[in-house]
Design a protein around this ligand. Structure first.
Ligand code: DGI
Ligand code: FE
Ligand code: FE
Length: 188
């Protein structure tokens, strides 16, 4: 699917603010893909649709999780996590995207998981550092991303885990698995 068509489809599902974020993720993801050896067209498509389900009704998302093979544990954690796996499912069903690598990059863009592919890492990091983001620590992660995808992700994960802990929130296990695998790969 070409960029213009994809953007036109996703625009109808997002607020203006979220659409601007999506454009930022798209541009950042293409640049990161080019630098780190991921497929730029797949990065573009995954970025465009990564937040496709962000504004779906919570009960609708819950119903989708309950009625599909998606991880049921998701229901025990922050609802903010749901739009990623549900989005991957709906992008396949409603938009007709069937590229598994693209769908997995959408599916894991919020939680991460152990053994993330380069494309999945690119989308995760692009979502975190795209130019419209402004929160404590983002500039440092942008700097690190100039030289190392994995080092930037380690910093981003540390920030996110500490941020969630300070808010007394549970951490989804895949987020820890992602973080641990980045640290362990560094040593080996
Ligand atoms: O959809 P976006 O706002 O662009 O960004 P996102 O998909 O990374 O969602 C971020 C939200 O997910 C943020 O409010 C933190 C929340 N969240 C809740 N529990 C977890 C979590 N994020 C991670 N990585 N792990 C969690 O366990
Ligand atoms: Fe998201
Ligand atoms: Fe996003």
């Amino acid at each position: 699917m070409e960029r213009d068509e994809a953007l036109k489809i996703v625009k109808g599902h997002l607020t203006d603010h979220r659409y601007i974020h999506t454009i930022g993720v798209m541009e950042t993801a293409i640049a990161l893909a080019g630098k780190n050896g991921a497929d730029e067209k797949k990065a573009e498509l995954a970025a465009i649709f990564h937040d496709y389900a962000k504004f779906r009704d919570k009960d609708e998302m819950k119903e989708i999780i309950l009625s599909t093979p998606l991880e049921q544990d998701l229901l025990l954690y922050n609802m903010e996590l749901w739009h990623a796996p549900v989005g991957a499912l709906l992008v396949e069903k409603e938009v007709g995207i069937d590229d598994k690598e693209v769908l997995d990059a959408i599916k894991y863009h919020t939680s991460g998981r152990k053994g993330m592919t380069t494309l999945e890492k690119v989308i995760y990091l692009a979502d975190y550092i795209e130019p419209n983001r402004s929160f404590p620590g983002v500039e440092e992660v942008r700097q690190i991303a100039e030289t190392s995808l994995d080092e930037a992700l380690i910093k981003a994960l540390q920030n996110t885990i500490v941020f969630l802990m300070k808010k007394n929130q549970a951490i989804y296990p895949d987020t820890f698995y992602f973080y641990n695998s980045l640290i362990q790969n560094k040593r080996s």
